[in-house]
Ligand binder design. Structure first.
Ligand code: TXA
Ligand code: MG
Length: 319
């Protein structure tokens, strides 16, 4: 388990330019002191991520907003009050503290207070911002356990903190409040309906912008096997058709599906929040079984189902 010593070591590493894997409630992050440009560059190098793709700065609490954002509109305050710590990222005009290394040269910065005791403890002890993308190689499935990180990047990071499986399971919802009307740049662990309820207006999802949101590239979150999407009533038919082509087929979906006995199923419940929690772990497990194709049963398109459908669509996109 996590001892105070280990937390001290994590903070010390961050102070000295180290890169560590940090558990959050959404996914595990690859963390560096956001004010240390060299350390931030190492994060990009480890991930293999293009330097123009900006990172999220994780802060200990809402009080740190003005250090990083030169404008904090009322709507940002309202969302922060309602959902931080939690799976919400706000994009706001940056201060000079948010350097080009972190923002990819943009005039805005993405900020979030994570809702995980280990991440919060580390941020509080550090007393500053931590830049952290998901701790996977660029374009691959995000990690939701320390073991996932160990397997992908273990030899390249200075420390992996184990905070147990991420409870939300998909990345944070990104809300752009940097200019004009609010928009969702990435659906995620906070439902659009919840954002709209607090802001008292509809908030459009705007995933294809000129802003470089790597999670919004068509092909992302990709396992090695092909992924085919299916509504619940289409799954069996899809499976039969793919097997008729001689392909090894696995299914991601709920136990309620009536599949042929010899088809391997990886349990992704139909209820959206439960599906979100296990999605990435199941994608990884399924991928390790060497199937040619995974037929993914889509959850309902409401609540966290929007984020799950979004990630599955990207996993299914041609590459
Ligand atoms: O849940 C999460 O958000 C996780 C955990 C570790 O906090 N982090 C995460 O980071 O998903 P990453 O780097 O994999 O995705 C961050 C997204 C990227 O798509 C990036 O382009 C976008 O945030 N982003 C960062 N700064 C931005 C900005 N100034 N404007 C628009 N998008 C931005
Ligand atoms: Mg990512």
């Amino acid at each position: 388990m996590l001892t105070p010593d280990l937390l001290d070591r994590a903070v010390e590493l961050l102070r000295r330019g180290g890169v560590i894997a940090l558990p959050t409630e959404t996914v595990y992050g690859l963390a560096a002191n956001a004010e240390d440009e060299l350390a931030v560059r190492r994060v990009f190098a480890i991930k293999g991520r293009p330097a123009t793709h900006p990172l999220i700065v994780h802060i200990p609490d809402e009080e740190y907003l003005p250090e990083w954002a030169r404008v904090v509109p009322d709507e940002a305050r309202a969302l922060a009050k309602a959902f931080w710590p939690g799976p919400l990222t706000l994009v706001l005009p940056r201060t000079s503290k948010a350097t080009d290394a972190v923002t990819g040269g943009q005039d805005t910065v993405a900020l979030r207070v994570p809702g995980h005791s280990v991440a919060m403890e580390v941020l509080e002890r550090l007393g500053g911002g931590v830049a952290a993308p998901s701790a996977n190689r660029f374009g691959r499935v995000s990690p939701t356990t320390a073991e996932h990180v160990q397997r992908d990047l273990g030899s390249e990071v200075d420390l992996v903190l184990d905070g147990g499986p991420s409870t939300v399971g998909v990345e944070s919802t990104i809300v752009d409040l940097s200019s004009g009307a609010p928009a969702i740049l990435r659906p995620g662990g906070l439902a659009t309906e919840d954002v709209e309820r607090v802001l008292g207006r509809t908030v459009p999802v705007r995933t294809s912008t000129t802003v470089r949101v790597s999670g919004s590239l068509a092909s992302h979150y990709a396992p090695r096997a092909g992924v085919v999407l299916a509504e619940p009533d289409e799954v069996v038919q899809r499976v039969e058709a793919l097997r008729a082509q001689g392909l090894r087929v696995g299914v991601l979906g709920p136990a309620s599906l009536s599949l042929p006995d010899d088809v391997q199923r990886f349990d992704v419940p139909g209820e959206p929040a439960q599906a979100a929690r296990v999605l990435y772990a199941r994608l990884r497990e399924a991928d390790e079984q060497g199937h040619d194709v995974l037929v993914a049963c889509l959850p309902a398109a409401s609540g966290l189902g929007i984020a799950v459908r979004d990630r599955l669509s990207r996993a299914a996109a041609p590459r």
